[in-house]
Design a protein. Sequence first.
Length: 141
Amino acid sequence: MPDFDAHATITITGKSWDEKRIAETDPVHAVASAVFTTAWSGDATGESTCGLLISYVDGDPADMHSLVGPYTGYEHVRATLAGRTGTFVLATSGDHSGGVARTDVTVVPESGTGELAGLRGAGHYAADAMEYTMELDYSFD
């Protein structure tokens, strides 16, 4: 893992979640797409929009917390971090099981704009509700 110069603890609050099944074998085994929006506070302030692809492999579709499966996607972030304002994109991948979405994120190289140009970073979070904490290690080129 690359070395980073700084660390941010960010509280993320979900604002919306829109999910659609795009293919299914049966009610349990399905592929879905989801778009959700968030507000950021703490060491980074701003907002984001994330698009995910999800492969459900277990659980009860009537109980979202019971669903199990991996996911991947991209999150467009408009924020202020370390006194710098701009946008960047996070590549996300994780797994949902036991009612918790465990996610790893990486700043997409060269995705930073404005004062966030040159941002590099990686982090993680575990979300069991619509508010969760992301830990992000980062540097600027």
